[in-house]
Design a protein. Structure first.
Length: 191
């Protein structure tokens, strides 16, 4: 698998990537339901998007990292070993648990489109039914679904296990986090 990359069509929970072929990196094997996602060896840094999508270069400030504590419903932003900010989050509900492991941010998008994983309906960024809010920060995929940080239509889900695996945030926190991380930023999800 030396030098292997995998291009995926992101459907599922995040639709902004539905037209984008994205290379992703998983540093440790991750168990999701009854299958394992194996790590890639020496992945390519290439990320390609459809013409109507924007992305930031695949560069991460070396010291910036995120720790997600599912049981505490908290994401912690670090610069080196210094805590910069703690954010309250909503997490995946039973049967749709947020995957545990070490990942990297592979997607960042402002005003993302959402495609329902159930109906495949495309919900534009301006549609009030779009649950993603103004920002998307993706870090996990199984090839069909995406997991990441996004807004929510129901602020009461922040702090709850209520999502389909994604991490719900208040819009102002999500906007702030979006400016603090880059593609490639490590995300460690812990129980």
């Amino acid at each position: 698998m030396q030098g292997e990359t995998r291009s995926l069509i992101g459907m599922g929970l995040f639709v902004g990537a539905s037209l984008a072929c994205l290379t992703f990196l998983i540093e440790k094997p991750v168990q999701r339901s009854n299958y394992w996602i194996e790590p890639l060896q020496s992945p390519s840094p290439a990320v390609s998007f459809a013409a109507n999508q924007r992305f930031q270069p695949a560069i991460s400030r070396a010291a910036t990292r995120l720790e997600v504590h599912l049981s505490r419903r908290q994401a912690v932003l670090y610069e080196g070993n210094v805590v910069v900010k703690r954010y309250r989050i909503g997490v995946g509900r039973p049967g749709w648990e947020t995957p545990i492991g070490t990942f990297r941010i592979t997607q960042k998008q402002r005003n993302p489109t959402w495609i329902s994983p159930f109906t495949q309906e495309s919900i534009s960024p301006t549609d009030p039914r779009n649950p993603l809010g103004g920002y998307w920060i993706g870090f996990w995929t199984d090839g069909n679904n995406w997991i990441g940080f996004h807004g929510t239509l129901n602020a009461a889900t922040v702090g709850q296990a209520a999502s389909h695996g994604c991490l719900h945030m208040h819009q102002q926190d999500l906007q702030e986090l979006f400016t603090q991380v880059n593609l490639g930023t490590p995300v460690e999800v812990l129980q």
